[in-house]
Design a protein around this ligand. Structure first.
Ligand code: AHG
Ligand code: MN
Ligand code: MN
Ligand code: MN
Length: 335
């Protein structure tokens, strides 16, 4: 396959889209540089002092891993200097991260999960970075959440970096989903998975079954369907769940399957489950939709949810179109 870089691909294959502007390309290239720096640190995590915890607890109520903090700092430092953003939001920061007056601002709003799958870092299991890009409604000063919070369908781009057996970037600007693999010998992401399409019916389901007793009847019926010999496949789906959303999602995107993180009736503070709408569910829902898949919270399309707050959580059922439709059908029956 000829060596096509992300920038070349954006300019060549999406020239008709407004995304091929120099400003968006600059945003993407700064994001790619940040991911290269994070990837370098992830790859040597065992050798330098980035394993383990910082001792802090983040806005999510989670123990912060050193690599969470490192990735967050790299992304904030790089993206504040991109010159095209009016505001930044991170899973790790309670409030908006503003662009210092010393740097030029722009019309884009970037939200990210700097390191997804943090619980896996010390065990050398795949982790990733998830990102979501909007055009601010009024990029005046980018400090008003009301100018920034928008439905997932308003995203101008979304995707993720996966620090796995190789380092990959998978993203969409609304013209299909394209995967790039880092060639360490040149330090560039090169096109490796053009036009990714997710199989309409999968063969994998991904859920943490340990929470069975905390699920409602609709959720139990949905999970029971995927492991039943009587489903439309006539045999159980394989259960694959490694506790890194971005890695579980990527495998299901390529092989076909569904990832489920249902609501948890146990914790009144988190009735909607654990995953965050703006930095996890929405960006992956945009990628999945563009690859021919779907994503729902059990009631409707993830991309139609009007966010009310920065760290809003949602139940997430995402993957192959027919499998997600099955979950929606079961939930509708129980309404
Ligand atoms: P993060 O590391 O960004 O906080 O996200 C962790 C998420 C997601 O990656 C994964 O699917 C899920 O937490 C695992 O949660 P459980 O351990 O409750 O299954
Ligand atoms: Mn976290
Ligand atoms: Mn995450
Ligand atoms: Mn995270």
């Amino acid at each position: 396959m000829p060596q096509i870089t992300v920038t070349e691909h954006l300019l060549l294959h999406q020239k008709e889209s407004p995304m091929a502007t120099g400003r968006f390309t600059r945003l993407l290239n700064e994001l790619i540089l940040a991911a290269k720096i994070i990837s370098r640190e992830v790859r040597k995590a065992g050798l330098v002092d980035v394993l383990g915890f910082t001792g802090e607890v983040n806005v999510q109520g989670e123990q912060v891993q050193k690599l969470d903090e490192y990735a967050n700092k790299v992304l904030i430092h790089r993206m504040q200097r991109a010159g095209v953003l009016c505001a930044i939001a991170s899973e790790e920061n309670a409030d908006l991260i503003l662009i210092p007056d010393t740097f030029p601002k722009g019309e884009y709003f970037l939200i990210f999960d700097p390191l997804d799958g943090s619980s896996n870092i010390d065990a050398n299991v795949n982790v990733g970075t998830i990102f979501s890009i909007y055009r601010a409604k009024d990029s005046g000063n980018g400090e008003r959440l009301s100018d920034l919070l928008q439905k997932g369908s308003e995203q101008v781009a979304a995707g993720y970096f996966l620090y796995g057996t190789s380092t990959m970037m998978v993203y969409t600007t609304g013209s299909g989903v394209h995967g790039f693999t880092m060639d360490p010998s040149v330090g560039e992401f090169l096109l490796s998975h053009p036009d990714i399409r997710i199989p309409e019916t999968g063969r994998v389901y991904s859920v943490n079954e340990a929470y069975w007793h905390y699920w409602d009847d609709a959720t139990r019926e949905a999970v029971a369907y995927f492991k039943s010999p009587d489903n439309t496949r006539g045999k159980p789906y394989s259960l694959r769940y490694i506790g890194s959303l971005v890695a579980d999602f990527h495998r299901n995107l390529l092989y076909g399957g569904i990832f489920l993180y249902p609501a948890d009736v146990r914790d009144p503070k988190k009735p909607a489950g654990k995953l965050r709408l703006l930095c996890e569910a929405s960006p992956l829902a945009f990628v999945c939709q563009q690859a021919g898949g779907a994503a729902t919270d059990g009631m409707g399309d993830i991309l139609d949810i009007e966010p009310q707050e920065l760290h809003q959580r949602v139940p997430l059922f995402i993957g192959s179109k027919n499998d997600v439709a099955k979950v929606s059908e079961i939930y509708a029956k129980h309404r």
